[in-house]
Ligand binder design. Structure first.
Ligand SMILES: [Fe+2]
Ligand SMILES: [Fe+2]
Length: 284
């Protein structure tokens, strides 16, 4: 990775306090729905986003949910926490902060699909990390988001190199010293994200049993492949289909057959994911 990016990342703004507090709840053993409610209620924008998601077609409640407390009761702690992270990040990295808002929008949809798929895999494999699965999936391509938001000239250079040389996205990244997994990992460190997220971001293309949080990283790896295969959103590197690392596939007891059925489950949730995405990216 080019030192220029290491330097540049130091200038990327820190996460809003509210987002850091929601993330920290993941690490606190005794955190409760009440803690989450208090954090949300202190943030006007987040409160209204949580309510609009809770009332969206994705959940299909017949009765209007008009308080954060009711939303937490109706949807549950984990669900609300995931929504806060999604909404908080999307609010922090507004689409109009990107030179190419469509690229950013597709990248967020891809990230939500990977988040959902990682959660499905974590539940199926009885992972200890179910709580963090959605977050890890959501953040896995953080490096790409950051490149698009803060290094748009470099991203354009990358895309044109890829086109000129007719090479894979990842090869173009390596050629220019801007590997998104490295950039994301450095930013995760800069933001002091939990190590489990830093690993999932840093190794999602290269999971290995020697890593501390291999199970979750492998789940993200598989989830990423599934989101690419189904074409839910786009992330630039859509040409590496079917490249599941065998080590990662091994976390599924039934191997490829399990992966196929997880793919079906993800496909069945596609409309829900897309409607959640529309609610999250809409203003207000
Ligand atoms: Fe990636
Ligand atoms: Fe990805």
């Amino acid at each position: 990775m080019d030192q220029r990016f290491v330097q540049g990342i130091l200038y990327v703004p820190t996460l809003p306090t509210v987002l850091t507090r929601v993330l920290n709840l993941l690490e606190e053993e005794n955190s409760s729905a009440g803690d989450l409610e208090r954090i949300i209620q202190h943030d006007q924008a987040l409160s209204s986003k949580v309510l609009s998601v809770a009332n969206s077609a994705y959940y299909g409640f017949r009765q209007q949910i008009d308080t954060v407390r009711r939303a937490v009761v109706a949807l549950g702690f984990d669900e609300i926490r995931s929504i806060c992270l999604g909404a908080g990040l999307l609010g922090f990295l507004q689409q109009n902060a990107f030179r190419d808002p469509d690229f950013a929008g597709e990248l967020w949809l891809h990230s939500l699909a990977v988040a959902e798929a990682t959660r499905i895999i974590a539940v199926r494999t009885n992972s200890d990390e179910v709580d963090r699965a959605f977050t890890a999936g959501l953040l896995h391509d953080l490096g790409k988001v950051v490149l698009a938001a803060f290094f748009p000239d470099d991203l354009e250079a990358l895309l044109s190199l890829q086109e000129q040389e007719a090479i894979a996205y990842h090869d173009a990244e390596i050629a220019l010293g801007m590997e998104h997994w490295e950039i994301g990992k450095v930013l995760a460190g800069h933001w002091e994200l939990p190590l489990v997220l830093e690993e999932a971001i840093g190794f999602h293309h290269n999971p290995s049993p020697s890593q501390t949080y291999f199970q979750l990283t492998a789940a993200v790896h598989l989830a990423n492949e599934l989101a690419h295969q189904l074409g839910i959103g786009q992330a630039g590197d859509d040409q590496h289909l079917g490249a599941c690392a065998p080590e990662a596939l091994a976390i599924l007891e039934g191997g490829k057959a399990d992966l196929d059925s997880i793919r079906d489950e993800l496909q069945a949730r596609r409309e829900g994911i897309e409607s959640l995405w529309r609610t999250l990216v809409s203003k207000g």
